[in-house]
Design a protein around this ligand. Structure first.
Ligand code: C5P
Length: 221
């Protein structure tokens, strides 16, 4: 049984990947399974926290004892995260949020026409939710955690991202064959704004989740 070191705390976790609709049948999406976010929600609940899980397109069943909010797009995820973060002690952004969305939504299905080139898809930027909650903390002592999936210069890129986003902790994943997307296992380094660096060896997503909470707990006000 886990130590109840998050008892009396409210934590918000985002999980899954946003889908940005192009027309009623198509979207721009990503490969996030939501498993890491769900592991964070389950472990936080086991450690006594009140948990709000904001879920985007995972298809996973709601974990017991957790408040779940279902969203689809980055804009919806932002609304839900900002609302829940207003009274949270910690916010962990494990969701893969689309950086861009189609500039226009076609209310009817986009058709292909014989002999015609496809029309280019114009994209616009989505809001950066992690940067927004990090720079405009709803509470002074709120702890904000981000995730970063990188393919090269993992640590250097992670450090730079931690600074740019303004969060307290950044979990840096190397995206690879067996790792990260869709897998039951993960391997990461947790970078802290105060200079700490915690390597988490390859193992179940629960282990990484518990390490994240181990690092969050001493930083809570
Ligand atoms: O910049 P990048 O997408 O690599 O950053 C990843 C981190 O930022 C994740 O924690 C993700 O949840 C968050 N993010 C966000 N809003 C975006 C893009 C990413 O909150 N528009």
């Amino acid at each position: 049984v886990a130590a109840p070191d998050l008892a009396g705390r409210h934590v918000v976790v985002s999980a899954g990947g946003t889908r940005e609709p192009l027309d009623p049948v198509r979207y721009l999406g990503n490969r996030s399974s939501g498993k890491q976010g769900y592991a964070l929600a389950r472990t936080a609940a086991a450690r006594g926290a009140r948990v709000t899980l904001i879920e985007a397109n995972t298809g996973l069943p709601d974990p017991a004892g957790v408040d779940v909010v279902h969203v689809g797009t980055a804009v919806q995820l932002r609304e839900a995260v900002l609302k829940a973060a207003a009274e949270a002690d910690a916010v962990v952004m494990a969701a893969a949020v689309a950086d861009f969305r189609p500039a226009a939504y076609a209310t009817g299905k986009i058709k292909k026409k014989d002999g015609q080139e496809p029309a280019p898809v114009e994209l616009v930027r989505n809001p950066d939710i992690l940067a927004e909650i990090s720079t405009g903390r709803a509470r002074p002592a709120q702890v904000v955690v981000g995730f970063a999936a990188e393919t090269d210069d993992v640590l250097a890129n992670g450090r730079e991202k931690l600074r740019r986003k303004g969060c307290d902790l950044l979990v840096v994943n190397e995206v690879g064959e067996r790792k990260t997307f869709g897998s039951e296992e993960n391997e990461a380094v947790v970078l802290a704004a105060d200079g700490g660096e915690t390597p988490v060896p390859y193992g179940p997503k629960e282990s990484l989740a518990d390490t994240v909470w181990d690092l969050v707990v001493p930083r809570l006000g």
